[in-house]
Write a protein that binds this ligand. Structure first.
Ligand SMILES: Nc1ncnc2c1ncn2[C@@H]1O[C@H](COP(=O)(O)OP(=O)(O)O)[C@@H](O)[C@H]1O
Ligand SMILES: [Mg+2]
Length: 290
């Protein structure tokens, strides 16, 4: 049997190269305040992978995506074992476009900080009088470029995204940039509306796209998970202050209250957290995670 080791291990995910495809594995690691915690949240990886799967299916009529299969029987033998079962996605390998396609439907985080200074978020002037976490009149597309390791991603204007892509694909920059923007807004609008009617506010999110062998734009990476998005509970939503994170609320609260914990959480906090992931999955899909 051929053995594999990850070609990349991120904070939470691991990626394997299996020829024309990749296998993206969501582990049970969890990060908070940009640090990986000592604890594993058992089952989290499976929930995140199954959530991406749900959204890829849900939006396949808007744009094609990289998902090939989440069945380990479609993967090389090495992956047909419990540690990969359910948390692994076989994906078409793409040439990734170096733009992080961020869309914001609500004003929060760095957007809120910027708005308070000058009423502008990533070059987009917003109406006056917005409160923290208010819904925006319409979602805004605020792309960034992937920074080199360690650096923070850099926000760029839509025009700059054309330039970046034009440099890589002469004659196609404007077309690719407009595809990314249009798909991003449309995906967000449709999915956020769906999530809202199921009790979850998707305040903002990030998509990544790549090109297939025909030069077509394909949706990649993970999709609308709480790791790539801000999920807020609809219940109790109230602009004018920060909102609790749907999934990491207990973790963050506990870490703040226990600054000397060295990122080692009590089991009780872990248990409550996994229940939040289960709840998010249940609300969104109407199913219990298997
Ligand atoms: N279908 C795909 N083909 C090739 N690369 C992909 C595909 N989907 C996602 N990727 C890339 O895989 C990587 C996932 O890494 P990740 O764990 O998110 O860490 P980071 O975002 O910090 O690089 C990203 O570089 C992403 O652009
Ligand atoms: Mg990533």
């Amino acid at each position: 049997m051929q053995e594999y080791s990850p070609i990349k291990a991120g904070k939470v995910r691991e990626i394997y190269d299996v020829g024309e495809n990749l296998i993206m594995v969501a582990t049970d690691r969890i990060s908070a305040f940009d640090v990986i915690l000592k604890n594993k949240v058992t089952g989290k990886g499976k929930i995140l992978t199954q959530m991406s799967r749900f959204w890829f299916d849900y939006t396949s009529d808007i744009v094609s995506n990289h998902m090939v299969s989440v069945d380990v029987n479609d993967m090389p033998e090495f992956f047909r074992k419990p540690e990969f079962d359910g948390n692994s996605m076989l994906c078409k390998k793409l040439k990734m476009l170096p733009i992080e396609c961020i869309v914001r439907g609500y004003i929060t985080g760095s957007g809120w900080a910027s708005y308070q200074k000058n009423g502008v978020v990533c070059g987009i002037t917003l109406p006056q009088g917005l409160k923290e976490c208010d819904k925006l009149p319409e979602p805004i597309y605020t792309p960034s470029t992937k920074a080199e390791l360690g650096d923070h991603d850099e926000n760029i204007s839509y025009e700059k995204s054309i330039e970046v892509l034009e440099k890589l694909y002469p004659g196609h920059g404007e077309y690719y940039a407009s595809c990314l923007k249009t798909y991003t807004i449309r995906l967000y609008e449709e999915c956020a509306e769906y999530a809202l009617s199921h009790g979850i506010i998707i305040a903002d999110t990030k998509f990544e796209f790549g090109l297939d062998e025909n030069g077509e734009v394909v949706l990649a990476d993970e999709m609308l998970t709480p790791d790539s998005s801000r999920f807020w509970p609809l219940e109790g939503y109230e602009p004018g202050h920060g909102q609790p994170s749907f999934d990491k609320q207990f973790v963050r609260d506990w870490l703040k209250a226990n600054p000397d914990s060295d990122y080692n959480l009590p089991q009780e906090v872990i248990d409550k957290t996994i229940e939040k992931y289960r709840e998010a999955y249940r609300l969104l899909t109407g199913n219990e995670i298997q």
